[in-house]
Design a protein around this ligand. Sequence first.
Ligand code: NAP
Length: 338
Amino acid sequence: MKAIALTRYLPIDNPESLQDIELDIPMAKGYDLLVSVEAVSVNPVDTKVRAPKALVEDEPKVLGWDACGIVIATGESVSLFKEGDRVFYAGDISRAGCNAEFHLVDERIVGAAPESQTPDQVAALPLTTITAWESLFDRLAISLDADNSQRSILIIGGAGGVGSMAIQLASRLAGLNVIATASRPDSIAWCEKMGANEVINHHNDIATQLSELGRNEVDYILCCNDTDTHFDAMVEVIKPQGSICCMVDSRESLDMNALKAKSVSFSWEFMFTRPKYGTEDMIEQHHLLSEVSRLIDEGTLQGTLGKTLSPISAETLRAAHAEVEQGGMIGKLVVSGW
Ligand SMILES: NC(=O)c1ccc[n+]([C@@H]2O[C@H](COP(=O)([O-])OP(=O)(O)OC[C@H]3O[C@@H](n4cnc5c(N)ncnc54)[C@H](OP(=O)(O)O)[C@@H]3O)[C@@H](O)[C@H]2O)c1
């Protein structure tokens, strides 16, 4: 089968940073589905894993953790899917990625693809949807049963992949007042389209802008970008007894004592935790993807696809990595077809 892989960790403008190779088709065992991959999305995790370093792999390493495809074989323990089903999933960072014609994935972290969407549109969804859902409803523990109309959330980095889905889930599903951040006319317009009530600029003082909107404090903060730079502002604007969730590693130590006076809860989100550690509740990723699939088909949520490149090859994936690495994505970048 065709696959795109690396053995050395090189700058993306080096043609050897990602290469076209041939691999054997793997066999599905246990809970695994063998999926014929139709489209993949490129996320910052791909560029972070590929980042230049001295390491050399003995075997080709296949990246890619966001896919849409058709199930073509199933392991003996599979009960949720059958051959012919179109599925979507992010997968498991500790296994081979989906930048290959055929790919193995544990059915417990897979959802049935929304029927109203093309494979390109579907591939844009899983990784960021899982991240946004787990951040809002597991880490920040926002209740879908509560009346959230008097509560507010600040979503930092609103136009990116995660922010695009988080804005929709927070506003359209949870009924929160959403203040998103974006810095350019196009990304501001995108946040508004996703359902943000207000948009402020993450390059300017966040506390001042919130106070100009008449909102000195927010109940929740989801930080999708640059934890270090935004930490002090988050401490300043979070409401006493509020909750903050971050998903990007800090480069420096964060001062957790700064959150004590307000009794603020702080959590990390890492969407690979469930598959990486095989947690007892890893099937929650199947449940949440299935629910989002339903919500997209009924029109409550909308897709977040920004741009598609084609076909899936080392050349197009290098172009996609280069674009994601620049940090200015609006919605998602998908690479589709063989
Ligand atoms: N822990 C996890 O499970 C997890 C999962 C997914 C992603 N992540 C991480 O979360 C980050 C975001 O992922 P993503 O897929 O949403 O990325 P993305 O799509 O590449 O994000 C691009 C967006 O970031 C915004 N941005 C750029 N600089 C910013 C800053 N200093 N402060 C706030 N926003 C800024 C840009 O907005 P403007 O153009 O308007 O400036 C742009 O719209 C990445 O670091 C990724 O690795 C973590």
